[in-house]
Design a protein around this ligand. Structure first.
Ligand SMILES: [Zn+2]
Length: 172
């Protein structure tokens, strides 16, 4: 949902990037530039990503940076940090790349955010999986289908977990 909002605020009806000079200036003022990473100085979200307020919406700062310096984000694609960077609050466009959910899963494993473990060998989800599924959904940007793909379950199964119809005993 947040991604849709960002699309509306930064692109015209043909999908082209719209320049908002004052917004760019405001964005750049919130960066602590170093020779390596460009650290976002605003408060991070619960996942450690910088957030930038734009038209009353809080969007991920690194996504905004990518669109500003690199170009439009393709539909369904994610903006990920390179292995060399790994700082989620970094908005240096040289440290960002456009990737897929598969890439994201690899990164999350790398950073230990998702207890993937031996998922492919297990037929059932673990408690940690359930909590991660709900957390990923709550943080926004992913549909049931996307999350289902991450955890090798169907979209409807993911939705039942997220809506609490399954695994009710695991309260958040
Ligand atoms: Zn960086």
């Amino acid at each position: 949902m947040r991604e849709d909002n960002m699309d509306r605020s930064t692109r015209n009806s043909r999908g082209q990037f719209i320049s908002h000079q004052s917004e760019h200036g405001r964005f750049l003022q919130q960066i602590n530039f170093t020779a390596d990473c460009w650290f976002w100085t605003g408060a991070p979200d619960t996942n450690g990503y910088g957030r930038f307020w734009l038209n009353g919406e809080s969007i991920q700062a690194h996504r905004y940076s990518y669109e500003l310096f690199v170009g439009p984000i393709e539909s369904g694609k994610l903006i990920l940090h390179t292995r060399e960077c790994g700082n989620r609050n970094c908005v240096n466009p040289h440290h960002l790349y456009m990737g897929t959910h598969i890439d994201n899963m690899r990164d999350m494993r790398m950073w230990g955010n998702v207890a993937v473990g031996e998922r492919q060998w297990r037929s059932k989800l673990s408690n940690a999986d359930i909590l991660n599924i709900r957390r990923i959904y709550k943080n926004g940007g992913y549909k049931y289908k996307d999350i289902g793909e991450m955890f090798s379950i169907s979209a409807s199964h993911a939705s039942r977990i997220i809506r609490g119809e399954e695994w009710k005993h695991l309260n958040l």
